[in-house]
Design a protein around this ligand. Structure first.
Ligand code: NDP
Length: 289
């Protein structure tokens, strides 16, 4: 059986990796990029260049979109109008759940099917064993094209609400950015005494790994609302935290990433959660929308 044609809109670092993976999997691939020069390497691998997004969309029943931001996606899709009718759009551009829902409604209004996605990989990992993509939205379109999408890596379905994939994507990246903030602050701190950051990472990696082992327990506490702890209370952490901010200042490291953490620990105490574990903070972060 011949592999079905796919069009890719956007040949940045990620879009190029996605198009290359589809070519490698044997699909006829049509590519479009705002700056046409980026089509060159893909064309050399067998892709067909499209002069306009409309030409690309006309070429395949499945259109993968991977642009820098949701604004760029809106701009490009906005030029297409009803040309998307009957097509499946799989948008792998980073965005918010609300943006995904809006695009889904736009696609439905133009008689297209919409699947949103969140890529859990860097371009070099695409098509490798550790890459996977969250998907959500039109489940029939997803079922039809899942085998094709598997060219990128694992496929993880998160539900028919189009915003679900973005929610999972952003939540995992949120955990990652929290880790990046802590690691950068730790490196900045040890560097003030001339300690090699690379050497210190040998202590940091197992420490963070061990601490992260507590995540399922925090999750259980959050799900059940039972936050009382005999391990490490908010009171203990709140009492110690001024030492961190003081040490940063003494050592010449900016406390700007960590001051908000002091603020929420203080609020937890004020609101009567001194004896609870840190899992209580997730609830305190919930605000009206
Ligand atoms: P790049 O900066 O390499 O590429 C951006 C792409 O968007 C280019 O094709 C660019 O076209 C296009 N673009 C920007 N503005 C417009 C516009 N107004 N109209 C049309 N096209 C536009 O980014 P990546 O490829 O790395 O990232 C693409 C998406 O993938 C992002 O949402 C990113 O968050 C996500 N992602 C990226 C990962 C990564 O590690 N790189 C990992 C996971 C997700 P042009 O070439 O003409 O500038």
């Amino acid at each position: 059986m011949t592999a079905s044609p796919v069009s890719v809109l956007g040949l940045g670092m990620m879009g190029s990796a996605l198009a290359a993976a589809l070519l490698k999997a044997g699909h006829p691939v049509t590519v479009w990029n705002r700056s046409p020069a980026k089509t060159g390497p893909l064309v050399a691998q067998g892709a067909l260049p499209a002069a306009t997004p409309g030409d690309a969309v006309a070429a395949s029943p499945l259109v993968v979109v991977c642009l820098v931001t949701n604004d760029a996606v809106q701009e490009v899709l906005g030029t297409l109008g009803d040309a998307v009718a009957g097509r499946t759009l799989v948008n792998l551009t980073n965005g918010t759940p609300a943006q995904a829902r809006e695009l889904s409604a736009w696609a439905t209004g133009h008689r297209a099917r919409y699947v949103d996605g969140g890529i859990m990989a860097v371009p070099q990992m695409i098509a490798g064993p550790h890459a996977y993509v969250f998907y959500s939205g039109d489940d029939q379109a997803y079922a039809t094209h899942r085998a094709t999408l598997a060219a990128f890596g694992g496929t993880t379905w998160t539900g028919t609400d189009p915003g679900r994939a973005a929610l999972h994507d952003l939540a995992l990246l949120t955990g990652m950015y929290g880790m990046v903030m802590g690691v950068m602050q730790a490196f900045a701190l040890v560097r003030t005494e001339g300690i090699s950051a690379e050497q210190f990472s040998e202590l940091l990696v197992p420490w963070i790994g061990a601490m992260l082992g507590g995540a399922p327990e925090w999750g259980r506490a959050i799900d059940t609302g039972r936050h009382l702890t005999d391990v490490s209370s908010i009171a203990v952490n709140q009492a110690a935290f001024p030492n961190f901010l003081a040490a940063f200042r003494e050592q010449g490291v900016s406390p700007e990433l960590f001051e908000p953490f002091q603020a929420i620990l203080d609020r937890a105490i004020t609101e009567g959660h001194a004896a609870d574990g840190l899992s209580r903070l997730a609830g305190l972060l919930t605000v009206e929308r």
